[in-house]
Design a protein. Structure first.
Length: 204
């Protein structure tokens, strides 16, 4: 995309039990790169959100009706703690499916991919998640790319474990703001993207 292309309105959805790094890492990368990014919560949830590692946040806004990009963190899936599993049984998957149908790009970090699976948007598509949940993701019908750090398949972008959220965010910066901006985002963090990034036909 052109370097001056308008950056997408980005919402990072947090919920009780979300993994801190999954959400806060991408938030820092995207905001520093100029994205209009903010934390939001699922519809109908309490404004006070407790992370997996003890952060308490007041998140006043819920997912809006037309964000261009939504980032979904993981949390709790591997040890069956509060987090993604609870959200799979709530309204969030349906909301994500509706947003995807309306043109929102959905991105996940770690086991946030299981929420995308529950939303029905990864069936038959290339995707990745935390390496300890790859079999769970494959069982949903996703075309799991076990060697990938990030899989960009256009309207769905997925990443591996928590630290892969940095790679995901850098990929999103490069995709929406240009390759130079992606490199600058990595340099700003003093971080070397790990890769590999698998890019599907639908990705820019």
């Amino acid at each position: 995309m052109p370097e001056n292309h308008a950056l997408p309105l980005t919402e990072i959805v947090v919920f009780d039990g979300f993994d801190d790094l999954d959400a806060i890492g991408p938030l820092e990368v995207l905001v520093a790169a100029g994205f209009p990014a903010r934390l939001v919560r699922p519809p109908g949830s309490d404004p006070i959100v407790h992370s997996a590692h003890g952060l308490t946040l007041q998140v006043d806004e819920t997912l809006s009706q037309a964000p261009a990009l939504v980032v979904v963190p993981g949390g709790g899936w591997l040890d069956r703690a509060p987090g993604v599993r609870d959200q799979c049984d709530g309204p969030l998957p349906e909301v994500l499916a509706e947003l995807h149908d309306a043109g929102t790009v959905l991105a996940s970090v770690c086991t946030g991919a299981m929420l995308l699976a529950r939303a029905g948007v990864v069936s038959g598509r290339p995707a990745v998640t935390n390496r300890m949940a790859l079999d769970d993701l494959a069982a949903t019908g996703a075309d799991v790319r076990r060697d990938a750090r990030v899989v960009d398949d256009g309207s769905v972008v997925t990443a591996g474990g928590p630290a892969a959220g940095l790679d995901l965010a850098i990929r999103l910066v490069a995709r929406f703001a240009g390759s130079d901006a992606g490199r600058e985002a990595a340099q700003r963090l003093e971080y070397e993207p790990v890769g590999p990034v698998r890019v599907g036909v639908g990705a820019a």
